[in-house]
Design a protein around this ligand. Structure first.
Ligand code: ADP
Ligand code: ADP
Length: 235
């Protein structure tokens, strides 16, 4: 079954219609691409799936269960991890520290112990390596990584912490050709690890390279919905 399913979803800001009649499915081991120009409703859709906004009409199911997410924290608890374009990382902190940011126990402990630090360093390095990211120095400040590398670390982090659904907000928008290719490779790795991926993009070429399903938005409405096979050229 679908990890996430939207049926006939609508969202209004006052009387501005941001979304109406939106339906899509996110399945494990598949990449669902959402395409559309500025103002099409892509951000609004992400905000609903990631718990920042709630839909006004239609149905939003997570693993079959009708849902209204109250917060991004609840989305995360339900297995939905979102990687935003302006990544919430602390640039001066080491890569390993960013990898574990927000995952530490919040009660009953003092500063991180040396043992924990060694473990977190090792885990960060091996988890990145598992995704094919060979970062020699996990002690370097994350701010010294390229935009593509930072996106990649965020993707590896979501996979490591057990996300079922990975939502990516324009991960290649600010990147050049080579970096885009690298990030798309990691997006595919997350899919191959069994996650359901939502890839928001305005780049049809990037969508076509990795996508399994495609949802086209136009001024808040569905302009099309396809599976990969439907887009393949006939012999
Ligand atoms: P996209 O991400 O595809 O550019 P958005 O989801 O940001 O699209 O916007 C969809 C529509 O909703 C646009 O017409 C936009 O102006 C409007 N909109 C988005 N956010 C708000 C808001 N907070 N208040 C009012 N209108 C909004
Ligand atoms: P909800 O959490 O119920 O989804 P929203 O956070 O989307 O609510 O916003 C509630 C209302 O606040 C919206 O219906 C919209 O009219 C108004 N609103 C939110 N952001 C903006 C904005 N940037 N500009 C104008 N109106 C906004």
């Amino acid at each position: 079954g679908a990890l996430v399913e939207l049926s006939d979803v609508s969202k209004f800001y006052g009387n501005i219609r941001a979304l109406e009649g939106i339906s899509l499915q996110v399945r494990p081991g598949e990449i669902t691409c959402v395409l559309g120009d500025n103002g099409a409703g892509k951000s609004t859709l992400i905000k609903i799936i990631s718990g920042l906004h709630q839909h006004d009409g239609g149905s939003f199911r997570i693993q079959g269960e009708e849902t209204r997410l109250a917060s991004p924290r609840e989305a995360l608890d339900r297995g939905i991890a979102t990687v935003y374009q302006d990544l919430a990382v602390v640039p001066l902190m080491p890569v390993w520290r960013n990898f574990f940011l927000g995952s530490e126990p919040t009660t009953g402990r003092g500063p991180l112990r040396r043992l924990d630090v060694a473990h977190m360093r090792r885990t960060t390095h091996s988890e990145l390596l598992r995704m094919g990211i060979d970062l020699r120095d996990v002690d370097q400040p994350i701010g010294t990584l390229s935009g593509g590398e930072r996106q990649s670390v965020a993707i590896a982090r979501a996979v490591h912490f057990g996300a079922k659904v990975l939502v990516l907000d324009e991960p290649t928008a600010a990147l050049g050709v080579k970096q885009s290719g690298v990030v798309l490779k990691y997006v595919a790795a997350a899919r191959d690890a069994g996650l359901g991926v939502v890839l928001i993009t305005h780049n049809p070429h990037h969508a076509y390279l990795v996508g399994d399903r495609f949802v086209l938005l136009k001024r808040g409405a569905m302009a099309g919905s396809y599976e990969k096979a439907e887009l393949e050229l006939e012999e």
